[in-house]
Design a protein around this ligand. Structure first.
Ligand code: NAD
Ligand code: MG
Length: 386
């Protein structure tokens, strides 16, 4: 058998939860990948450790104050170092065939677009990029002939069971949601929860922002918008189903009554492996599913009273234009304020709603500059409510 060339790969957000899981898979397959660039925001010790192990051509730390530490840690290795947001975009522009987009928030938009615009294959974890600028991003994918492979577990599930050749036979897609750590809490109790309680997800181990999003269920709202862009279905053909065991990762319902689902234990290395090896499959070390052991899978409808974020996301998607950009930016601000203990948990959705109301007259963004300007304006307005 002829040994194939290693796949050149860049990881944006290497130091985060998704970045570390990606590196775990890369490390388990020596010789299969050649790392072009790694980026992180501020955990420079971990970034140095990762760079020493994977030997990328370039390591970038987004925070310029950490540049000296990065340079010192990689001195004599021949690995180029850089810092600042523009350097993150430069890392994405380098000629890696495959790029993991795992920066959190709209900060991932410009670097992800840079990788898309040179026609790369993108493993997309950074859902905020599609929420904030979905029309623009999908148009760029088409124009550049890039490939967008969903890494979010629900979207990976749908991608795996969707018959893309027969989209007219798809009745709806059903995104499952764990319901988060407060699924059974009263509204009163939810008003009192701490950041520590919110980031302690029952099933998944994730970064702080997405953990809070899961607790408010804004994560499912963002995923609804993400699914709309990835699979081209309107808002009323995307359902949300609470499934606390996180075993069924999502489902596709067809016009003949068949419903196809993808199942697995909650370990992001499975959807990451699917995107890394696509269109083939590769081994992943995720725990195997033992359905006899689990015995019971349960389902319930989401509660719109305790989880108003879902309706806000539906409203933003239906309104279109700049509303999803505003929703995402306001949510990023509110989540950070909650993590900083400046507002209560229930204030998060309130701030998003007030920001959507305040900017209801904003025009539809025509390009990237408009998206970035609207994002900045929504952050400014959201802060006045927070
Ligand atoms: P995380 O907070 O653990 O990691 C985020 C990464 O982005 C880190 O490397 C951080 O250094 C980097 N980063 C943060 N701000 C940055 C900035 N301004 N510029 C450049 N880099 C920056 O987050 P995560 O849990 O790994 O999530 C990453 C993305 O993947 C998010 O969009 C999240 O919604 C999505 N996602 C995560 C999971 C999961 O299980 N963790 C599942 C599905 C989707
Ligand atoms: Mg998800």
């Amino acid at each position: 058998m002829v040994k194939s060339e290693p796949l050149s790969l860049t990881i944006l957000g290497a130091t985060g939860s998704i970045g570390r899981s990606t590196i775990d898979l890369v490390t388990r397959n020596p010789g299969r990948y050649a790392v072009e660039a790694l980026t992180g925001a501020n955990n420079v010790e971990l970034l140095i450790e990762q760079a020493l192990a994977l030997k990328p051509k370039l390591a970038v730390v987004a925070d310029p104050l950490r540049y000296a530490a990065l340079k010192k840690g990689l001195a004599g290795t021949g690995i180029a170092c850089a810092s600042g947001p523009e350097a993150v975009v430069e890392a994405a522009s380098r000629p890696a065939r495959w790029v993991m987009s795992a920066i959190v928030g709209a900060a991932g938009l410009k670097p992800t677009l840079a990788a898309i615009e040179r026609g790369a294959v993108i493993g997309l974890a950074n859902k905020e990029t599609l929420v904030s600028a979905g029309d623009l991003v999908m148009a760029a994918v088409k124009r550049a002939g890039a490939t967008l492979l969903p890494v979010d577990s629900e979207h990976s599930a749908i991608f795996q069971v969707l018959d893309g050749a027969q989209m007219e036979a798809v009745e709806k897609i059903i995104l499952t949601a764990s319901g988060g750590p407060f699924r059974t809490f009263s509204l009163n109790r939810m008003g009192q929860v701490t950041p520590e309680e919110a980031v302690a997800h029952p099933n998944w181990s994730m970064g702080a922002k997405i953990s809070v999003d899961s607790a408010t269920m804004m994560n499912k709202g963002l995923e609804l918008i993400e699914a709309h862009h990835l699979f081209g279905l309107p808002e009323d053909r995307i359902d949300i189903l609470v499934h606390p065991q996180s075993v069924i990762h999502s489902l596709v319902a067809y016009v003949d009554g068949s419903v196809l689902a993808q199942l697995g234990t909650p370990d992001m290395r499975t959807p990451i492996a699917y995107a890394l090896a696509w269109p083939k499959r590769m081994a992943a070390p995720s725990a195997r599913l033992d359905l006899a052991e689990i015995a019971t899978l349960t389902f319930e409808a989401p509660d719109p009273i305790r989880f108003p974020a879902l309706a806000l996301a539906r409203r933003a998607l239906r309104s279109g234009g700049g509303a999803p950009t505003i929703l995402n930016a306001a949510n990023e601000v509110a989540v950070q304020r909650f993590l900083d203990r400046r507002i209560g948990f229930l204030d998060i959705a309130r701030i998003v709603e007030r920001t959507l109301d305040a900017l209801a007259a904003a025009g539809a963004p025509a390009g990237l500059d408009d998206v970035l300007a609207l994002d900045a304006e929504a952050r400014r307005v959201a802060l006045t409510f927070a």
